[in-house]
Design a protein around this ligand. Structure first.
Ligand code: GLA
Length: 406
């Protein structure tokens, strides 16, 4: 695997440690998973790993272990969840090997005021990941959202010029990568730069700097941390025109000697959309373009939506009980559909396991999913593999069965 390339020496050494280990079966399975995945970046000490028996019933297989030979299984986390919810914390250390800070590394979380960086929330996630030997995906350096307004404004309160914005962009990227060097080995460098029709999103980055802002961002990241894997991340990448725009971007970057290692397909799906065939075409297109694919934000929305509102946050007045039908629980027939949908998606990802490096589920349990508040706030949604109490859902077992069947 590119992101987590292994060293034969450490593999031999750790396999030996593993064979000699007198730990419990559950613990030794976890050690084996770690051995497979984290050899180059982490020196694994089995003593540092918590006793699984205290955290998860032995009969629940670890998602990460089951797919250890296929891809790294990750999830999105928040500092609030890590600090306040020990049960979910245990769940996540058993099932996942890679964390994406959902908000803590975004520009407005670390650098709200000009000249002042506050890494305290991000550091908590880094410390947690180090404690449990988990990788981190840095998310995100350049995005149109969650950027403080000062970034786009000059000292006179006027729109920042191209030169000023480029300078701020480079400084931000350098500051972030310096801080996370050796702790975060893959970053989403640019998020959501294209529209569904393949044109550039009219973000302030695009309007003030021009289309080459993406090149500048990747170059700055490459120079700031040559060891760090660089990812372009976006939603709706199954769409033909968007897919083509990203394939072109990859060749543009490469033609200028700028590194891009992977494309992150967010994959915020619904029960029927997008079609597996469309997703597959994009996986193939990105792999053919010479990068790895990351499934970076997978979840499945089961709730109804009024037509034509996808993509924009509605305000609370647009909430209606009809759009929130499962407040008292998910009916069995919908749970079954969800399970089948997860199964189909995972089957596709397994088919392309040689191209897919990481699969991140966006949220540890339904309780922590952004989908409870997007695109309408205050609903009860069921997008992940674990219910609000952390119990694996049918979808979890369907996905596991893909590997357990002979
Ligand atoms: C997008 C972003 C993420 C996050 C989600 C909602 O997909 O890439 O950072 O904001 O929306 O959780």
């Amino acid at each position: 695997m590119l992101l987590f390339a292994s060293s034969p020496y450490w593999m031999r050494k750790l396999c030996l440690q593993e064979r000699n280990s007198s730990y419990s079966h559950a613990r030794s399975r976890r050690g084996w998973v770690c051995t497979r995945l984290w050899l180059s970046t982490l020196l694994i000490s089995f003593r540092g790993i918590p006793a699984d028996k205290e955290t998860q019933p032995a009969h629940i297989p670890s998602l990460a272990a089951v797919f250890a030979n296929d891809f790294v299984i990750g999830t999105a986390v928040s500092t609030r969840m890590l600090a306040q919810d020990p049960e979910t914390r245990h769940l996540l250390t058993w099932h996942f090997r890679c964390l994406t800070p959902e908000n803590e590394a975004k520009w407005n979380a670390v650098n709200r005021k000009e000249g002042h960086y506050d890494f305290s929330r991000l550091n908590k996630i880094i410390e947690f990941a180090q404690q449990y030997k988990l990788a981190i995906i840095g998310h995100v350096l350049i995005w149109h959202a969650q950027v403080p307004s000062w970034v786009f404004t000059d000292q006179k309160g006027k729109p920042a010029s191209r030169a000023l914005l480029l300078q701020r962009m480079r400084r931000h990227i350098a500051t972030m990568l310096k801080h996370t060097h050796g702790k975060i080995n893959a970053w989403d460098v640019v998020n959501e730069a294209f529209l569904a029709n393949g044109r550039f999103r009219q973000s302030l980055w695009f309007k003030r700097i021009g289309p080459d802002y993406i090149e500048h961002a990747f170059r700055a990241a490459m120079e700031a941390d040559p060891d760090c894997k660089l990812i372009y991340n976006d939603y709706g990448l199954y769409k033909k025109q968007k897919r083509q725009a990203v394939v072109k971007l990859i060749s543009r970057l490469r033609a200028q000697g700028i590194r891009i290692d992977a494309v992150g397909m967010q994959m915020h799906c619904s029960l029927n959309h997008p079609r597996v065939e469309e997703i597959e075409q994009s996986i193939l297109a990105f792999a053919n373009a010479g990068v790895k694919v990351h499934i970076s934000e997978l979840d499945i929305d089961v709730l109804p939506l009024p037509r034509g509102i996808w993509g924009g946050m509605l305000d609370k007045r647009q909430y209606t009980p009809a759009l929130d039908p499962y407040r008292n629980g998910l009916p069995e027939h919908v749970a079954t559909k969800l399970a089948q949908r997860y199964k189909k998606l995972f089957a596709l990802f397994l088919k392309h396991r040689d191209k897919i490096e990481r699969l991140t589920i966006w949220g540890v349990t339904d309780r922590y999913s952004w989908k409870n508040n997007f695109p309408i706030s205050g609903r009860i949604n069921y997008p992940t593999l674990f219910d609000r109490n952390g119990t694996p859902k049918d979808a979890f077992y369907e996905v596991i069965r893909l590997k357990k069947r002979p």
